[in-house]
Design a protein around this ligand. Structure first.
Ligand code: NAD
Ligand code: SER
Length: 324
């Protein structure tokens, strides 16, 4: 991995992965792209940026020819909650966008990282200690595109020898960029509202357990997997990875340890609740541990300390100097 293209780089993951990759590979060696410009000056000014729609094949070809990358992190997508309100767009962006970049990777001999999700599982999947290889019958358009994406990446590896790799991310929690319309967004919003208003109204039931991970671990996992010895990878795509599993009640209790006045109330949104109920409580990530040495470093307690510290600084910074 010497020169990299990141799609969807203005989003929650891309905005942090791009900066981490630029530190590692050199600023000129990481081409950020998205359909929108970053407002964040760090992301915008620290290296090349292309406005690139993952559905525009002519433009993808031009970008691949100009930049001569050897690795693509394909992050452009429509997340689960927005996907349910715009299923056709979700299918187009998540499937055709992935297909276009798999084809580009094949033509220009690149490795490709594809992030799948806990959303690739469904109501008939074993919810506790969810195995690496198990029933996948998701009932959201997001989940359908994630399972199909996992299979398509496996197919390109088997059929064309393409170096495709990927993980199934849990819900991700971060402070740099707000999340982009997923079901797990509450676990980010709760920290911001706790600091600003000392209260938060949650759209999920208080006992809804979901797998979650802090962004520094997520970024590290992507780089680790793309640098892993290919001979040791049995699964390649769609590795379960996990760090912690908690309910809204449990994260609220952890925040209260630092902000004793904090109060959580509940007003359940049936659409997002149904999605969350269909996802695992916690995944088994033994394959990722064994095949490329995966291990998370943050749990709920250590993440909460860092989130509150970082957000305090961010919320006190004038808008003009904020990353987003
Ligand atoms: P996000 O919504 O924050 O960012 C996605 C980015 O894609 C946005 O900046 C958006 O402008 C861009 N985009 C949308 N349509 C596009 C198009 N047609 N062409 C180019 N760019 C387009 O999402 P994220 O949280 O950063 O997620 C990135 C990837 O990781 C997605 O595949 C998502 O499914 C996956 N993932 C995320 C999480 C999470 O909790 N954040 C969990 C599991 C998997
Ligand atoms: N955080 C993502 C979502 O809720 C999971 O893939 O859509």
């Amino acid at each position: 991995m010497k020169k990299v293209l990141v799609t969807g780089s203005v989003g929650q993951i891309g905005s942090e992965l791009t900066v981490a990759l630029r530190k590692k590979l050199g600023e000129g060696n990481v081409v950020a792209s998205d359909i929108r410009m970053p407002t964040d000056t760090v992301l915008r000014d620290s290296g090349p940026f292309e406005i690139l729609d993952c559905l525009d094949t002519n433009h993808i070809t031009r970008v691949m020819q100009i930049h001569e990358c050897d690795t693509i992190f394909h992050l452009a997508a429509i997340l689960s909650a927005i996907g349910e309100s715009k299923p056709a767009l979700s299918w187009q962006v998540n499937m055709n966008g992935l297909y276009n970049f798999l084809e580009a990777a094949r033509q220009y001999k690149c490795a490709l990282f594809f992030p799948s999700s806990i959303g690739a599982f469904g109501p008939s999947t074993p919810p506790d200690n969810t195995p690496q290889d198990t029933i996948q019958r998701p009932d959201t358009i997001y989940g359908v595109t994630k399972v199909a994406g996992e299979l398509l990446c496996d197919y390109y590896h088997k059929r064309f020898g393409l170096d495709t790799r990927g993980v199934r991310f849990p819900g991700l929690i971060s402070y740099e960029t707000e999340p982009g319309g997923g079901t797990t967004d509450y676990a980010v919003d709760i920290y911001r509202k706790a600091l600003k208003y000392k209260k938060y109204k949650c759209y999920l039931r208080k006992d809804t357990a979901i797998d979650m991970m802090y962004m520094p671990d997520a970024v590290r996992s992507m780089i680790m997997l793309m640098e892993a010895d290919p001979n040791k990878l049995i699964h390649r795509n769609a590795f379960n990875i996990c760090a912690m599993s908690f309910t809204p009640d449990e994260i609220a209790a952890e925040i209260k340890k630092h902000i004793p006045e904090f109060e959580i109330t509940y007003e359940v949104d049936p659409v997002r609740q149904a999605i969350a109920d269909s996802w695992p409580n916690s995944m088994d990530d033994t394959s990722a541990q064994q095949e490329w040495g995966w291990e998370a470093t943050y749990d709920l307690a250590t993440m909460t300390v860092d989130m509150l510290e970082q957000l305090k600084i961010k919320l006190a910074t004038p808008d003009s100097q904020k990353r987003v």
